[in-house]
Design a protein around this ligand. Structure first.
Ligand SMILES: Nc1ncnc2c1ncn2[C@@H]1O[C@H](COP(=O)(O)OP(=O)(O)OP(=O)(O)O)[C@@H](O)[C@H]1O
Ligand SMILES: [Mg+2]
Length: 180
């Protein structure tokens, strides 16, 4: 997770409240989106830093690369924050089982995937995989999954849109506009 403490955080009260509401209602799923440089990562860092010390946070920033690259990167972030070992070397089924167990044991946890739309653009099937996770794993945990992305078109079409796997799921969405 990012540990940097930044100063001069402006505004974003509504968005912080929306994240806190989602956190109070966990388990659940939140989508944060808005154009480049609008302040998504900064909002997430401020929110993460505001969580109590008893909360585990796995933060992963996706990259425009093959599915496996992002899966491994996410697995490493999860290993570090949840204290599970072997996730990044496990097969998909093994990793799924390990993660399932770890999330049930670990208590409060924020799972944040930043730049998620990069991942979707290079491997659209990640949305279906997360749908399965949201339907079958998340409900048995005390986790909040936050997906943030700057490709607004990709977010609308492939994540939130009518034909997208997550459509109709009880997710919250936070659209960030420019400051001031
Ligand atoms: N609420 C805020 N108050 C003060 N500075 C901010 C705020 N939000 C963002 N900034 C600053 O604006 C710059 C861009 O913000 P940030 O990196 O969070 O945007 P982003 O939406 O994540 O961009 P990208 O889509 O490129 O990842 C950073 O220097 C950040 O510190
Ligand atoms: Mg960012």
């Amino acid at each position: 997770m990012p540990v940097t403490r930044l100063y001069g955080f402006v505004d974003r009260e509504d968005e912080m409240r929306a994240l806190n509401d989602a956190w109070s209602a966990r388990p659940g799923l939140v989508i944060v989106y808005g154009r480049r440089r609008v302040g998504k990562t900064r909002l997430l860092i401020e929110w993460i830093n505001s969580l109590g010390s008893g909360v585990r946070v796995a933060y992963y920033q996706a990259v425009p690369a093959r599915h496996e690259v992002n899966l491994r990167g996410l697995a490493r972030a999860l290993e570090a924050s949840l204290g599970v070992h072997g996730l990044s070397r496990a097969s998909f089924e093994e990793a799924d089982a390990l993660l399932n167990l770890a999330l049930r044991d670990v208590g409060d946890v924020a799972l944040v995937i930043d730049e998620f739309t990069y991942w979707v653009r290079s491997a659209p099937r990640v949305v279906g995989e997360l749908q399965r996770f949201a339907d079958h794993v998340l409900p048995g945990t005390k986790a909040l999954l936050v997906l943030a992305g700057s490709l607004v078109g990709v977010m609308h079409r492939d994540v939130l849109g009518g034909g997208a796997p997550l459509y109709g799921r009880s997710l919250r969405r936070i659209r960030l506009g420019g400051l001031g």
